[in-house]
Design a protein around this ligand. Structure first.
Ligand SMILES: Nc1ncnc2c1ncn2[C@@H]1O[C@H](COP(=O)(O)OP(=O)(O)O)[C@@H](O)[C@H]1O
Ligand SMILES: [Mg+2]
Length: 383
């Protein structure tokens, strides 16, 4: 059991990185804040767990601090299943972002969304506060009023709004996604006081939404590819966080962490967390191995489940990927060495794994989304 005075582990994963737990990204912050203020809509793309949500949160704080004339609205579509859900959440969060006072939310909702009979109420979930409900049945054709809400509010109050929408690719699962996207784009493209930052983790879905000519959001804004935080940056971050608690870690172990976890933010933090927990004074080779064992223990059940859900060609494909091959999977040599059958099989396996969000494809290069899963597969298959 942790005593009250025990120092808390400085590494964090699984929630938005903030405060001293947030590192680097200063160039991304400068670029994005400048672009948002210049009204450039941005599509922020990276595989999951590289740091999009953390970055946007950090940017939100900085803008609130430095540019009071800008309001930031953050919307997460994680739980949003259809268009109606979207309109409610969108209106709710836009209204909330424009004022801190509940009374003003009510007034704004009444003034701008009267046709939908807006009601704010406490939701059953104690973690989320007030929820806005709209009666959309009769007013469905008035979705235009909802989509233009931020622009109207910005003009009326003489401020600008930056609307950040997380897990945007979820709209692909709505009943008629193309029609819905057309509706959004048709209104949003006229907004002069609102900047949109749309982001999401399924890179292939996000790219499809924004980079395919036939899609309504084609070239809606700039695509901004978030990169990994570099090994060197991680090294100083890790060393500092050990030193803050009078623990020592040699640079070679930092390199080991970033190599093993391929500089993936979440997993670098997770392994560092485990190493920090075990270390009393100074990190050693044994401690790193012990931490890795704990990592596998914690993830084994999940990884086994993931493995069980794969088809034989998908598993064989991952074995090829583990062995260091990251391109030319349809070559005869790779196909026969890894028993992949045919190039059509390989393509099917790749598409299946992309859909499951287990691999990521950038150009022709394919990588694991979860570097820990790669390590685990290498271990069980002795690759
Ligand atoms: N700038 C950062 N500095 C330190 N750790 C970070 C940073 N960005 C992300 N992380 C780590 O990665 C994890 C996943 O980040 P998150 O922002 O949720 O990624 P995404 O939104 O891309 O899925 C966080 O919980 C944190 O451990
Ligand atoms: Mg996120």
């Amino acid at each position: 059991m942790r005593l009250l005075n025990d120092p808390l582990n400085p590494f964090m994963f699984g929630k938005v990185a903030h405060g001293q737990g947030f590192t680097n990204r200063s160039r991304d912050m400068t670029n994005l804040i400048r672009d948002f203020r210049n009204g450039i809509h941005t599509i922020l793309i990276s595989p999951r767990r590289w740091g999009k949500s953390s970055l946007i949160q950090k940017i939100t704080e900085q803008i609130a601090d430095q540019y009071p004339n800008y309001k930031i609205c953050q919307i997460d579509l994680f739980n949003i299943k259809d268009e109606d859900d979207f309109y409610e959440l969108y209106s709710q969060e836009i209204i909330k972002s424009t004022s801190t006072k509940f009374e003003e939310w009510k007034t704004t909702a009444k003034e701008y969304l009267a046709a939908f009979m807006p009601v704010f109420s406490y939701s059953v979930d104690p973690n989320t506060d007030l929820k806005l409900s709209l009666n959309l049945k009769d007013g469905k054709n008035n979705f235009i009023d909802i989509l233009n809400l931020p622009e109207k509010l910005a003009i009326k109050n003489n401020f600008k709004i930056i609307v950040c929408i997380d897990e945007f690719q979820n709209i692909g699962g709505f009943e008629n996604p193309l029609l819905f996207q057309k509706r959004l784009r048709a209104q949003w493209q006229h907004h002069k006081n609102v900047t949109y930052c749309l982001y999401g983790s399924k890179r292939h879905l996000m790219m499809e939404l924004f980079e395919k000519r036939s899609f309504p959001f084609y070239r809606f804004g700039q695509s901004y590819y978030l990169e990994k935080i570099e090994a060197q940056e991680w090294e100083s971050f890790i060393i500092q966080n050990f030193e803050r608690f009078n623990k020592k870690i040699a640079p070679e172990f930092c390199t080991q962490i970033t190599d093993l976890m391929e500089c993936n933010s979440y997993y670098v933090q997770q392994l560092s967390y485990l190493i920090w927990e075990i270390t009393k004074n100074e990190v050693s080779k044994e401690i790193v191995n012990m931490a890795l064992e704990r990592f596998f223990e914690q993830n084994r059940i999940l990884y086994q489940l993931e493995l069980e859900l794969l088809t034989a060609p998908q598993t064989n494909f991952l074995k090829a990927l583990c062995s260091g091959i990251d391109k030319n999977f349809t070559s005869q040599e790779v196909i026969s060495k890894y028993k992949l059958g045919s190039s059509a099989n390989v393509i099917r396996a790749i598409n299946g794994l992309l859909k499951k969000d287990m691999i990521d494809k950038m150009g022709k290069t394919i990588t694991f989304v979860d570097p820990g899963f790669r390590l685990w597969l290498k271990r069980i298959y002795k690759i």
